[in-house]
Design a protein around this ligand. Structure first.
Ligand SMILES: [Zn+2]
Length: 77
């Protein structure tokens, strides 16, 4: 009888964790999707840092493909 109880408890806990995990994930995902803003990204030319674009493209000065540059909060320079 004790064995049966143990098995029942084990099943209960594993079932609980199986149900809890996806629910938690879905919940946080939904909140994240709603709250998270797209990070501000700018594109710049590696040779011409003054060239800034909010879209990927080519540098108007040298024609190089612009690289992604995430705008940092801190400016050390
Ligand atoms: Zn350039």
């Amino acid at each position: 009888m004790k064995k049966v109880t143990l098995i029942a408890v084990a099943i209960f806990f594993s079932a609980a964790s199986v149900f809890a995990a996806p629910l938690n994930r879905t919940g946080s995902d939904t909140t994240k999707t709603k709250k998270v803003k797209p990070a501000k990204v700018q594109y710049t030319c590696t040779m011409h840092p003054e060239v800034l674009s909010d879209k990927p493209g080519k540098c108007p000065k040298c024609g190089m493909t612009l690289v992604k540059k995430e705008v940092a909060k801190k400016k050390t320079t």
